[in-house]
Design a protein around this ligand. Structure first.
Ligand SMILES: *Cc1c(COP(=O)(O)O)cnc(C)c1O
Length: 480
């Protein structure tokens, strides 16, 4: 048996590359990454491709390895040169972020050291880092010390953890689901509806509360509806507000919603996945008044702190409730019990083994300090305001005054269908490719959206968009 094992070892040691090979790989990857960043300003935000990376399927996984430069070539041609480029400052659609470089370094270190951030017993330092980051965010929002939460892969899972915690804390058993009422607006992000379904609450009564002209929840209408529901013997249990909706960037009247939630013993959850970090900007703080009165909140560092995809957070005041919804004991985990200087992420989320995703944020905050983040957020807010002014000068209709960094706008052509014209305008911008925008539809009306949140978006980027839109209008009007 020993001989057999030693023979296999000769092959398996290949998984530990020699220092020379490691250097070769790292140098190549570094070169690739540096080329990518050095050329980002002139790389299109969108590339239309016929192939859509289909050639990837021609490369089967083989028994023996392939040289790194050949592998990177496949990646470049079939992945990094087509479709949307989320790293581009020209990405002005959906909700961008960009992906600051320190994210990659944090991930690299987390992957090499493979520290375990799931349980304090195994990775006390890693768990401390994650909980420290969560507490820092709790501080920003104004949650009391003693609150916690979890670092998630993104806002969707963050919202799910909060809703599951709310369900359990309010002691909804299966038989109570039908009579429980959830309050939201039609502008809530669709992952909230998804979370409601996954949490087994789809059969609850779901009330879409009317909004004002700025797409904010009407607190008055909410109060009325809760009263009606209580009167008819239903159990109002959860209200979900948004601090920055995806379509319009609207911040619901959080303070007034908190009053209603408090008076009716409802869980108040805030989806701040997009907008939450704007609270770092002194002049925008006021918009978040009352957010500290919520029970839980979702916030995405991979949006508002410009990290690469893969980091969201849920913040929860009642950590005991969060724990009770998510912990479990298993006999093979018995050694880990009793050591609890810090609560373990594995007891506060559905995950056990997890990526040490906090390291990328910890490294970024330490390397840069907070100042450039605050400035960058304020810059993005003002870029949106600038666009809002300028786009009207070239004849576009605009939606409500942007509260954060999303602006809705549309063009009314001399003749023909307005919605269709605006969708063609999206296509025109995509074909140009320097910048990328997306559209939405509110009550049958097509709006174009500008979402400024890539850290690489500059004044000149917005000027390019204005220029392309103007050209697009002229081109489409001429063609008719
Ligand atoms: C992006 C977003 C989400 C979903 O977050 P992911 O990180 O994409 O999972 C939820 N709510 C709002 C308001 C968002 O902008």
């Amino acid at each position: 048996m020993r001989d057999e094992i030693l023979k296999l070892e000769e092959q398996s040691v290949a998984l530990e590359p020699s220092p020379i090979l490691r250097k070769e790989w790292t140098d190549s990857v570094n070169q690739y990454a540096n080329d990518f960043i050095d050329n980002i300003e002139t790389t299109p935000a969108y590339v239309i491709s016929e192939e859509n990376g289909r050639a990837l399927l021609n490369h089967d996984f083989r028994e023996s390895g392939t040289a790194i430069d050949d592998v990177l070539k496949i990646l470049k041609e079939n992945v990094d040169s087509i479709g949307l480029n989320p790293a581009s400052g020209g990405h002005l659609g959906y909700i961008p972020g960009g992906g600051i470089y320190s994210t990659a370094l944090g991930d690299f270190l987390a992957a090499v050291t493979n520290r375990y951030a799931g349980i304090f017993y195994g990775g006390p330092g890693a768990v401390r880092i994650e909980n420290q980051l969560i507490r820092w965010m709790n501080g920003l929002i104004g949650y009391p010390s003693g609150s916690l939460g979890n670092l998630t892969s993104g806002g969707s899972i963050a919202n799910l953890i909060a809703i599951v915690t709310a369900r359990d804390k309010k002691q909804l058993r299966a038989r109570d689901v039908e009579n429980a009422v959830i309050y939201l607006t039609e502008q809530v992000h669709h992952c909230v509806q998804k979370a409601i379904r996954i949490a087994g609450l789809n059969e609850s009564v779901i009330r879409y509360i009317p909004m004002d002209s700025e797409y904010k929840m009407s607190a008055e209408a909410l109060a009325k509806q809760v009263e009606i529901d209580r009167g008819s013997g239903l159990k109002p249990f959860l209200v979900v507000g948004s601090a920055g909706t995806t379509d319009a960037g609207a911040v619901d009247p959080l303070d007034a919603i908190a009053d209603i939630a408090e008076a009716n013993d409802m869980w108040f959850h805030v989806d701040a996945a997009y907008g939450g970090f704007f609270i770092l900007v002194e002049s925008l703080k006021e918009k978040f008044k009352g957010v500290e009165r919520s029970d839980s909140l979702a916030i995405d560092p991979h949006k508002g702190l410009f990290l690469s995809y893969g980091l969201g957070a849920v913040l929860i005041k009642d950590v005991k409730a969060q724990f009770e919804s998510h912990y479990y004991k298993a006999s093979y985990m018995q050694d880990t019990l009793g050591i609890n200087e810090e609560l373990s992420p594995a007891d506060l989320s559905p995950e056990l083994t997890k990526h040490f995703r906090g390291l990328r944020l910890w490294l970024s905050l330490h390397l840069f300090g907070l100042e450039p983040f605050r400035a960058c957020l304020e810059e993005k807010y003002l870029l949106c305001r600038y666009f809002y002014e300028e786009i009207q000068k070239i004849g576009f209709e605009v939606g409500p005054l942007p509260q954060l960094s999303v602006c809705m706008y549309r063009y009314h052509p001399k003749s023909g269908d307005v919605n269709e014209f605006n969708l063609k305008l999206v296509e025109f911008v995509k074909e140009d490719g320097r910048v990328f925008i997306s559209s939405t539809n509110l009550n049958g009306v097509t709006w174009l959206r500008l979402a400024v949140l890539s850290f690489r978006t500059r004044l000149k980027t917005i000027d390019i968009l204005l220029e392309v839109l103007k050209d697009g209008v002229n081109h489409l009007e001429d063609k008719k």
